[in-house]
Design a binder for this molecule. Sequence first.
Ligand SMILES: NC(=O)C1=CN([C@@H]2O[C@H](COP(=O)(O)OP(=O)(O)OC[C@H]3O[C@@H](n4cnc5c(N)ncnc54)[C@H](O)[C@@H]3O)[C@@H](O)[C@H]2O)C=CC1
Length: 404
Amino acid sequence: MASDRNVQDAAAYDRWLTWKHGAQVRERALRSKTGFPAAADPAALKWGDQEVLEKSLALLAPRAEELVAYFYADLFRRMPSLRKLFPGDMAPQRDRLLAALLALVQTGPELAPVLEQLGRDHRKFGVQSGQYTTVGESLIASLAHFAGAAWTPQVQQAWLERYLAAVAVMKAAAAQDDAPPFWYATVIDHVICGRDVAILRVRPHRPYPYKAGQYATIESPRLPRVWRSYSIANEPRPAQPLEFHVRAVGRRGLSDVLLQSQPGDTIRLGPPRGQVTLDGTAAGTPKLFVAGGTGWSTMKSLLRQSQREAGPVVPARLLVSCRPGEPYDPDFHQLVRSVPNLSTTLVHSAQDLGAELRSPQVHPTGLDVFLSGPAEMLTSAVTLLTSAGVPRSRIHHDSLVMSA
Ligand SMILES: NC(=O)C1=CN([C@@H]2O[C@H](COP(=O)(O)OP(=O)(O)OC[C@H]3O[C@@H](n4cnc5c(N)ncnc54)[C@H](O)[C@@H]3O)[C@@H](O)[C@H]2O)C=CC1
């Protein structure tokens, strides 16, 4: 029998659910009345009682993974047509939902900007407004099932309010967004650099407006409905192809599939996203660019943009942490040499990067910092820089926790 971590389609979910919980429990869950209202009144949004939600989450946490698997099984039983909106491999999807639920309870209304973006991003999946109700019904039924006797009317009310508030924010943002939900683009070429990175160039079929430092989500027909984020490594210029840096991870995920793409392949791009841009930073203030691995692509775009628009970046420092034998990018040395007053340091370990970030000359007063790389690198760099006195508001990086 499949384990709850690797069941991959609706039928397998259903078999797993029946095996795990018994047919009667499953039927009860599917029939459960959640009292789910048809729509939330946006003028009277309530976010649910924080204390009640936190207690409920703490109770559910030990079985959270099971709960999420149960939820998707329940959802696809209620509305089998929803299955086609999701990728074949549901494991990453379940992890995302779990992270989203945690953030929703822990962060509450302050999560609104993230939810707005999530709502806009869901347009590219073709989600219909009414499907949010089915998802909500299924979620409440799943929470109720796992909470057991602790599922009181008060707890249900808190979860309902929180879910409805989140969905209202997502739907409102989606309704106001008049940009295309996605763009088609044709692969021009890809060049393998080093052992396992490809520099991929694609041409969108219609203008794709973005800012240097932003990223795009990409989907390939070779792996339908799997969207992943990649920085756009060049600065925006009319009619210029977009460049992405993709490292093989060996799990037959999107990066591996993109490494096999052929000239002429059509892919889809989600709308450009991301806060790591030069917007709001003065041209003359000191800047620190910190890149880890293929996070270099974000810095490449920012450096090219600085070069084109504002002349020399003065003064600026670039720290790149990469694997031995890298940087992989054949443009790297020429580009960094061509930016006047840019001082560049290459390191090959987290420890050496930490030592550089601790060095006082790396953070002069008035500094703006731009970070891109593995999540662990972002976390440790933010901790080191803020404890060295760099204001949090001057450290720019993207969090992809709830990206769609
Ligand atoms: N491909 C893209 O367009 C972009 C990728 N990213 C993310 O950047 C990462 C890049 O992956 P790889 O190239 O495989 O990177 P990698 O695994 O080669 O790591 C790059 C460097 O990050 C540093 N690092 C790792 N963990 C650290 C920690 N805990 N503290 C401090 N430094 C640490 C290491 O020094 C390492 O050399 C991925 O997580 C990817 O999601 C971010 C932005 C854009």
